[in-house]
Design a protein around this ligand. Structure first.
Ligand SMILES: Cc1cc2nc3c(=O)[nH]c(=O)nc-3n(C[C@H](O)[C@H](O)[C@H](O)COP(=O)(O)O)c2cc1C
Length: 403
């Protein structure tokens, strides 16, 4: 039967009023302990009133060395954070919208200057964007702790009233680093074959399932990247199938890692000035050296093609090979494109990120017909300025001075 955008449906028993999901978006609206603030509550209530089918939170850290170097990440590493999250989920539920907590460990895509801990990864391969130096290769016991902490974070999410968790397996963060041959060069049981690279995720899933057998667990994966020996679509299909076998309830399809430049969130112009303003390497750089670096930065940040809908083909392919729902994200900002992707069966759901930043009530506007496309201009300042500021829409203009 043909699916349509504004019909209700279920993912693992959770009802969504339509097929448009707010994709995970780091908001920088946690307090110093990683608890959600009133500002975040207000934002989510706005999105819920705006009729999003479901909200996926910004990534929440499962342990301190995996904390983001972007400002004020959510954390879910302690039981005493549960009441603040409970308040948040209660407020969202008043509007009948499900809310899912995305849980993550940043691995090598963070900085020890921010986390206060050594940066760790499956293998000691330096990240050219984030790390000050090579990350330390994780030992057996540390991998066990990470598995345990993902499971503990899921239990906290359930106690806090979230309708599910989403494991962040994409965008070059720790679990994505395990899955990619570029960053996982281990020769032990955690590296080599796809089964071995997936083992850490399989262990997390089985640890979660041992105490929460039917709690919704979603995953966001990379369908591809362009790193040597990195993720390719055939392996992503195998990973999606392994996720289904492991008991995952829905898969969101994304792509790209930070080192590639702007491949995760694409745009027509390299946002060089925003990068110079916010990134730790450039912020304090003398002006003449910045000038010399500009052509290199422009090249790294060059537009990736296609700018819109770049994960749709991969999602279509993956959807043919799994029977759990597929969510697609990435430059799907126009209602006609979204409807066609859902109606033709390329994807079951569409997730959006930047459209909700400029217009938190975008879904209601689509439904009412007052708007048919997001007004986002893809400047990407929202993400680049995240090291310094809370998430907001800059609409292609940088403030004269940081507030
Ligand atoms: C400001 C900002 C923050 C983001 N934070 C996250 C995040 O916490 N977790 C995640 O999986 N993706 C994150 N993303 C990526 C988005 O979820 C999404 O995959 C990407 O922006 C492409 O979708 P879009 O074209 O609808 O914006 C972020 C993107 C932006 C712009």
């Amino acid at each position: 039967m043909k699916q349509s955008v504004f019909e209700s449906s279920e993912i693992a028993g959770v009802t969504l009023q339509n097929r448009l999901i707010r994709s995970a978006t780091h908001e920088g609206m946690a307090d110093e302990h990683g608890a959600p603030t009133e500002a975040l509550e207000n934002l989510y209530v706005q999105i819920a009133k705006g009729e999003a089918g479901a909200i996926i939170t910004g990534y929440a850290g499962i342990q301190q060395d995996g904390k983001s170097c972007l400002l004020n990440m959510l954390m879910i590493d302690r039981d005493d954070l549960i009441p603040a999250y409970r308040k948040l989920t209660d407020k969202v539920h008043e509007h009948g919208v499900p809310i899912v907590l995305q849980i993550a460990h940043c691995g090598r895509q963070t900085r020890s200057a921010v986390t206060g801990k050594p940066t760790v990864a499956p293998f000691s391969v330096k990240d050219s964007v984030f790390s000050e130096s090579k990350p330390r290769k994780l030992g057996e016991e540390e991998i066990e702790t990470i598995i345990e902490n993902f499971a503990a974070a899921t239990q906290r999410a359930e106690q806090a009233g979230f309708d599910g968790v989403q494991l962040h397996l994409g965008h070059g963060y720790l679990l994505s680093q395990f899955l990619s041959g570029h960053t996982n060069r281990r020769k032990d049981k955690w590296g080599g074959t796809t089964e071995n690279k997936f083992r850490v995720v399989a262990e997390i899933m089985s640890r979660i399932r041992s105490s929460l057998d039917s709690y919704p667990v979603l995953a966001k994966i990379n369908a591809y990247d362009t790193r040597p020996k990195g993720m390719r679509i055939d392996e992503a299909v195998a990973i999606a199938q392994m996720l289904e076998t492991a008991g995952c309830n829905a898969i969101e399809i994304s792509s790209g890692v930070a080192e590639e430049g702007l491949s995760v969130m694409r745009g027509p112009n390299p946002p060089v000035q925003a990068l110079f303003r916010s990134h730790f390497k450039f912020r304090t750089m003398p002006a003449p050296i910045r000038t010399i670096s500009t052509p290199f930065v422009r090249h790294t940040m060059r537009p990736r093609i296609p700018i819109r809908g770049n994960n749709l083909e991969a999602a279509k392919r993956i959807r043919q090979d799994v029977s759990i729902p597929v969510i697609t994200v990435g430059g799907l900002h126009e209602l006609t494109t979204i409807s066609s992707a859902i109606e033709t069966g390329a994807t079951d759901y569409v997730a959006m990120c930047r459209p909700f930043i400029i217009e938190p009530t975008i879904v209601r506007r689509f439904r009412e017909g007052t708007q048919t496309a997001s007004r986002c201009i893809l400047c990407n300042y929202c993400v680049l300025m995240g090291e310094m500021n809370r998430m907001k829409c800059y609409y292609g203009r940088l403030p004269k001075k940081e507030q």
